[in-house]
Design a protein around this ligand. Structure first.
Ligand code: KIV
Length: 288
């Protein structure tokens, strides 16, 4: 594994906007720790999302709802140490921005000051754009997230495709326009029909980043553990598995277990020597 982070200029919001205007797709992948961040960064991915999906793939929660601000900041810090080039976005977890505007701004600020992220992401449509306006006014870049919003999974009645009727598609477009107007620099569209995502993308000046939203978005995002076959609790249709690391890792661990049981590991090349005369002197001491 290469330990060196990717070299090159750090990606910023203007670079992302330029890519969008030129019609060059933007790539984004989640990361939750130093090692995954180094790999994503070294692969030349434009943006890293420290997603609250970490609650499920790293912390074992059933949904993203229990994730706390402290947990997000803890993982964000580790990612920031590993990524030198990618633009870094940290998710604001459930109830860190909904109840109180001042608290929301402080939490968003924490994600930048302590988590060392470049921007925050929050879920939801145009219903409370005042909070987003205040964050942007405070100098905090904000990414929106509409369509399927996992923090509202109970309200939505499960992981369902959003915007499948003319009315809900219209609402989605209005939400996207409201988020753009409020100052978001980009918007995640999750689990939305491709044709709807395309229309929303065409109506916006800011980039849309799709997940389960077809090929017409300005960019794409996938969860690291899903695309690499490290988490198989769900296998949604929109995920492409680029590797099956889970079975590979399990096989390696089984080989290690067998090597330990049979004393094949550690072999000579994994072992340190003591000079012959020192060993002799030591043995003598032990025997005396
Ligand atoms: O938390 C996350 O990983 C996300 C992506 C699914 C966009 O929000």
């Amino acid at each position: 594994m290469s330990k060196k982070p990717a070299t090159g200029k750090k990606v910023n919001i203007v670079d992302l906007q330029k890519k969008c205007y030129k019609g060059e797709p933007i790539s984004m992948v989640t990361a939750y720790d130093l090692s995954s961040a180094r790999l994503v960064d070294a692969a030349g991915i434009d943006m890293i999302l420290v997603g609250d999906s970490l609650g499920m793939v790293m912390l074992g929660y059933k949904t993203t709802v229990p994730v706390t601000m402290d947990e997000m900041v803890h993982h964000a810090k580790a990612v920031a140490k590993g990524a030198k080039r990618a633009f870094l976005v940290g998710d604001l977890p459930f109830m860190s921005y909904q109840a109180d505007r001042a608290e929301a701004i402080r939490n968003a600020g924490r994600m930048l000051k302590e988590g060392l992220m470049d921007a925050v992401k929050l879920e939801g449509g145009g219903q409370d754009t005042a909070t987003i306006r205040s964050m942007v006014a405070a100098g905090i870049p904000v990414m929106g997230h509409i369509g399927l919003t996992p923090q509202n999974i109970s309200q939505l009645g499960g992981y369902r495709i959003q915007g499948r009727t003319a009315e809900s598609a219209q609402r989605l477009l209005e939400d996207a326009l409201a988020l753009e107007e409020a100052g978001c620099f980009a918007i995640v569209l999750e689990l939305v029909p491709a044709a709807v995502a395309q229309i929303v993308t065409d109506k916006l000046r800011i980039p849309t980043i799709g997940i389960g939203a077809g090929n017409g978005c300005a960019g794409q995002v996938l969860v690291y553990h899903d695309m690499l076959g490290l988490f198989d609790d769900f296998e949604p249709r929109f995920v492409k598995r680029y590797a099956q690391l889970g079975p590979t890792i399990k096989k390696a661990l089984e080989q290690y277990r067998d090597d330990v049981s049979s004393r094949r590991f550690p072999a000579q090349e994994h072992t340190y020597d003591i000079p012959e005369d020192e060993l002799e002197a030591f043995s003598k001491r032990v025997d005396d």
